[in-house]
Design a protein around this ligand. Structure first.
Ligand SMILES: NCc1[nH]cc(CCC(=O)O)c1CC(=O)O
Length: 320
């Protein structure tokens, strides 16, 4: 008697590596749940501590790419874990040898949100209000839109950041919608920031599921992949990669990008990609958009980056 081939039947328990933060555990839990739904699969979570978790310095000063992700990739290559789940926006743009991006699950809302006292929206914050964020992209866009605000550099996990608002130390913080959604804390958001005010980080809201390129998991993990989310993120990251090459400011970059997919009646997927680079002090910015087919997502992003660079994007990020 023959039975249908189950590509996982010989794999045994799959070890899924994750950072230990509440958000990372929630994200990894979502991926683990999806894998556990496949018949015969069993997943075990294993915590891996990263450079970013161990250091308390501002992320912009850690001086290296992959502060949240390198340790997970090393554990993957060493065979200590079989799958790594990352926030896609935290991954370096350079490809990693021996590792496949097996799946990009359906993306959460990529926007940033404001969590402010008294339910305030960004436009309602009083002059001089104290707003916490450490990300150069958020700082620059906030300064461009509301030069009167006092921006306070902060870091720490989402709970820590939000507690500075409830504790009265800050009037507001800027966070990713996706992070709040995954922690079940969306009710705390007081304003969902629109693209014209705060264009998100490339790949914000998306997860990256990686495995060893030579193993059996890559094919099986494709069930978790959402090709439209993947195409959008690939376009956004191509902008970042191309600007990175021209400027080498990586974590300190103010590059923002958002690709909105549309599916035509014939099934063809088109992306409308918007991208911007803002001067660190918010005094100047270049912003452009372009459309193209999802199957050329990478080319679309690279061409838009080239146009941004021609318009002076690299110069804007010369001095922090
Ligand atoms: N570097 C921190 C980080 N990495 C991913 C997210 C949010 C979740 C996501 O973008 O998928 C966050 C927190 C934040 O920006 O508020």
């Amino acid at each position: 008697m023959t039975s249908a081939v189950n590509p996982l039947q010989d794999i045994g328990t799959i070890i899924l590596g994750t950072r230990g933060s509440k958000l990372a555990m929630a994200q990894s839990g979502l991926v683990a749940e999806a894998i556990n739904r496949c018949p015969g699969c069993a997943v075990e979570l294993k915590r891996v501590s990263t450079h970013g978790d161990r250091s308390h310095a501002p992320v912009a000063e850690l001086g290296t790419t992959g502060v949240w992700t390198s340790a997970l990739r090393e554990a993957l290559l060493a065979g200590e874990i079989d799958i790594a789940v990352h926030s896609y926006k935290d991954l370096p743009t350079a490809p990693a040898d021996g590792i496949s991006l097996a799946a990009v699950p359906k993306r959460e809302n990529p926007s940033d949100v404001l969590v402010a006292r008294d339910g305030l929206k960004l436009v309602d914050l009083p002059t001089g209000a104290r707003v916490g964020t450490g990300a150069p992209r958020r700082v620059a866009q906030l300064r461009a839109f509301r030069p009167d605000l006092e921006i306070v550099p902060i870091r720490g996990n989402i709970d820590t950041r939000m507690s500075k608002v409830t504790g009265g130390e800050l009037d507001a913080v800027v966070l990713a919608y996706a992070g709040l959604a995954r922690l079940g804390r969306l009710d705390d958001a007081t304003d969902v920031l629109t693209d014209d005010v705060m264009l998100p980080a490339p790949a914000q809201g998306a997860l990256a599921v990686e495995c060893r390129a030579d193993g059996p998991l890559a094919e099986m993990l494709l069930v978790l992949d959402d090709p439209i989310s993947r195409a959008a993120v690939v376009a956004e990251r191509a902008v970042l990669a191309e600007v990175d090459i021209a400027t080498s400011v990586w974590c300190n970059s103010t590059v923002a990008a958002h690709a909105v997919p549309t599916v035509a009646d014939d099934g063809a997927v088109t992306l409308t990609l918007q991208a911007s680079v803002t001067a660190f002090d918010g005094s100047d910015a270049v912003r452009m958009s372009a459309s193209g087919f999802a199957h050329d997502a990478d080319g679309l992003g690279r061409r838009l980056a080239a146009a941004l660079l021609t318009a002076g994007a690299a110069k804007l990020m010369e001095s922090p």
